[in-house]
Design a protein around this ligand. Structure first.
Ligand code: NAD
Length: 359
């Protein structure tokens, strides 16, 4: 039986608009092929919203977000703000606010290299082949939200690294549940040899681990993890880590997948899930019609799986992307100068090929 879901689409700025259109078309095609009903609404956020309403996240968008089953987001950002840090109303405030208002505490980032793109990464193919990692980065704690201080003479500064037990517990459970559906291995990354906040993190993860005896748990220090990720990415299955370490490790790991244009992410909390490519609004290529739409399309695959439990449909989308790459279709960012059997194309042609492969 088909499902009925409300999906809020927030294209945002720059290439966000160009790629999200294809994510939405993929959702519509899946609904049609599998007899589901997806009701789409659109919301504004970022620079476009500031221009239209004066607010980076208008209340109308937030209301729609609260009433939806899932959100497909593009990207926010505009050169105007990057070049003038003194501007008070800024696009990224919209993104931070919506994450906070929706209680999105876990950021999931799957890192999987399609075999067809082995040559597009700067890492050797024999090291990369078979790598398949799912990161769980905590999003609401750590040095980002702890107290910030500057001494009176402004010559010293500090940011408080703070974690509460409940914050670690809830994301650890989500990560263990996910590990059970994969290769049943979880690596928790911290710096417990030096940091008290990490010692709490490790203590709590060790407790939660007892609830999942079928999952193999490993604890690793962040410095070692950063090295192992490049040395032997295949050794990781689920990686669980805090906000700061996760921020750095996931960007490092994006190199395993070849291009920013290929990576999707999901931010989840207690209710609605928020799905987005990891890239930004890319002013350098916005409006040129050359952005890679695959990260947005793969974000849709995550939505179908995580928010709607539609695993077959999710796999179908991933297979369609795989087939498109196998046929040699590439956007500029994933083109390999040394390969002859490739057809370089723009956003719309690439999106259309994926749709063909879905049918
Ligand atoms: P970016 O991710 O927008 O771009 C980085 C580089 O990757 C650029 O050269 C761009 O052309 C390329 N790239 C990114 N996505 C691509 C795609 N789909 N296809 C092909 N190439 C792609 O990061 P940036 O240049 O540092 O930031 C640009 C703007 O985006 C800034 O205003 C920044 O604040 C914003 N930003 C937003 C988000 C978000 O909305 N989540 C994330 C990062 C940056």
């Amino acid at each position: 039986m088909g499902v009925e879901k409300k999906i809020l689409v927030i294209p945002g700025d720059g290439i966000g608009q160009e790629v999200t259109a294809w994510g939405q078309k993929v959702l519509a095609t899946i609904a049609n092929n599998y007899h589901h009903t997806f009701h789409f609404e659109e919301g504004m956020m970022g620079h476009v919203a500031i221009e239209a309403t004066g607010e980076p996240l208008p209340d109308s968008t937030l209301d729609k977000a609260r009433n939806s089953d899932a959100i497909l987001f593009g990207a926010i950002g505009h050169a105007k703000y990057d070049n003038d840090p003194t501007l008070k109303v800024r696009p990224e405030q919209g993104l931070l606010k919506i994450r906070k208002e929706l209680g999105l505490y876990a950021n999931l980032r799957p890192i999987k290299l399609f075999d067809e793109l082995l040559e597009a990464s700067s890492i050797k193919p024999e090291i990369l082949r078979g790598a398949d990692i799912l990161f769980f980065r905590e999003l609401t704690g750590d040095v980002y939200f702890g107290e910030k201080k500057r001494s009176e003479d402004r010559s010293s500064a500090s940011d408080l690294m703070i974690y509460h037990r409940y914050e670690v517990e809830r994301i650890a459970r989500k990560a263990y549940e996910a590990a059970r559906t994969r290769r049943s291995k979880l690596c928790s990354v911290d710096k417990a040899n030096v940091l008290e906040a990490s010692r709490l993190w490790r203590e709590v993860v060790q407790e939660i681990a007892k609830e999942y005896p079928d999952v193999e748990t490993e604890h690793m220090f962040i410095d070692n993890a950063a090295m192992q990720l490049i040395k032997d990415p295949k050794r990781f299955d689920v990686v669980l880590t805090g906000n700061l370490f996760g921020d750095i490790l996931t960007d490092e790991a994006s190199q395993i997948a070849g291009s920013m244009g290929m990576l999707a992410s999901a931010s989840v909390g207690d209710k609605v899930g928020f799905y987005e490519p990891i890239h930004g609004s890319a002013h350098d290529i916005a409006g040129k019609g050359i952005a890679n739409p695959l990260a947005s399309i793969l974000s849709v695959a995550l939505m179908l799986d995580i928010s709607f439990g539609l695993k077959t449909e999710s796999q179908r989308v991933i297979k369609a992307v795989e087939a498109t790459l196998r046929q040699g279709y590439r956007t500029m960012d994933i083109a390999n100068k040394h390969t002859v059997n490739e057809f370089i194309m723009g956003t719309d042609a690439m999106g259309a090929k994926v749709l063909e492969n879905l049918n």
